[in-house]
Design a binder for this molecule. Sequence first.
Ligand SMILES: Nc1ncnc2c1ncn2[C@@H]1O[C@H](COP(=O)(O)OP(=O)(O)OP(=O)(O)O)[C@@H](O)[C@H]1O
Ligand SMILES: [Mg+2]
Length: 353
Amino acid sequence: MSTTTTNPVFIGMDLGTFKTSVASSTGYRDVMQTAVGWPKDHLARTMLGRDLVFGKDLVDHRLALDVVRPFEKGALKYVDGKKAGMSDAQIKKHADATRLVVEYAVKMVNREAGRPSFGVIGVPARANMLNKKFILDAVDGVFESVAIVSEPFTIAYGMNRLTDTLVIDIGAGTIDICPLYGTYPDEKEQVTLPMGGDLVDEEFEKRLKAKYPNVQVSRNMIREIKERFGFVHDLNESATVQLPVDGKPMTFDITEPLKGACQTIVQPIVAAVREMIGKFDPEFQESLRHNIVLGGGGSQLKGLDRVIENSLKEYGGAKVTRVTDASFAGAVGALKLAMNMPKDGWTQLKKRK
Ligand SMILES: Nc1ncnc2c1ncn2[C@@H]1O[C@H](COP(=O)(O)OP(=O)(O)OP(=O)(O)O)[C@@H](O)[C@H]1O
Ligand SMILES: [Mg+2]
């Protein structure tokens, strides 16, 4: 290694569809939306006093901003930009947004001028070569070296659950499922479902508007209601909220549309878990079923752990737990991986071309 790389700051990054969390070997951690806002016009720029907006300010000033979420609905991280119907100009804008988010996040946790950043970045378990190249290109110049790994694997690594464990990472864009049995998991054994919290939000909005056509609700409000009340079990749950109609707040019972929307991801998860477990040898199936870990923001959905357990009853029963810190489990695991990474595990970005 050259002298500039002898004293790196190691960074673990969970570059999510909805949010990016970062943790560094110098002890900082941060979480922000995976989004960049550009002021819409000259007036907005003057009011905001800057050309780029990140983090919480994106919500506060959203009306004055052109906000780009580069990985919305898993685009570019999992689905190719072209297949997601994006033009070359849009792909370029999303690539710029990705680099800006990564740059900003790294600045928040590597505050030591002159020390290069070595980053481990989580991507969907079944992200393809094009998706990985998109990330590598976008972070070139921000990191000196990177390693790209599967998102659920970072969670397992951080928890030291490298064997007899099945991790389900329920994100905004994708749900990633990864079995751990003591070696690096083979890509082919992992599953990425092209759905997650964004899809639940879309579904909830559709069902809510079908039931109450006059309610006024933004996607942000939809997400916040889901995060507060979302549930997937059948018993004793009800949710009422106040929403405006023609500007006047009224009370609505949203139990059914919310439950229906949250449940859309349950069957696909259950089907994928059953299929995955069925492929392992019988003795190992038992231990996998009894060590299922839910991570990602979607792991917080009320009742999801029990519903998955119940769905595996006739297969011999299961034990499902949640990560203790859904926001940082991936980033902290990625940081631990970075600090233990052998030299040949890194891709040195400058040398790539
Ligand atoms: N309490 C909650 N109940 C239900 N969903 C929640 C809750 N908290 C967060 N979420 C949802 O979790 C999703 C974000 O999860 P996470 O931050 O793990 O995703 P991500 O890493 O950005 O996405 P991905 O891993 O797909 O790229 C959002 O859809 C968010 O609304
Ligand atoms: Mg994620």
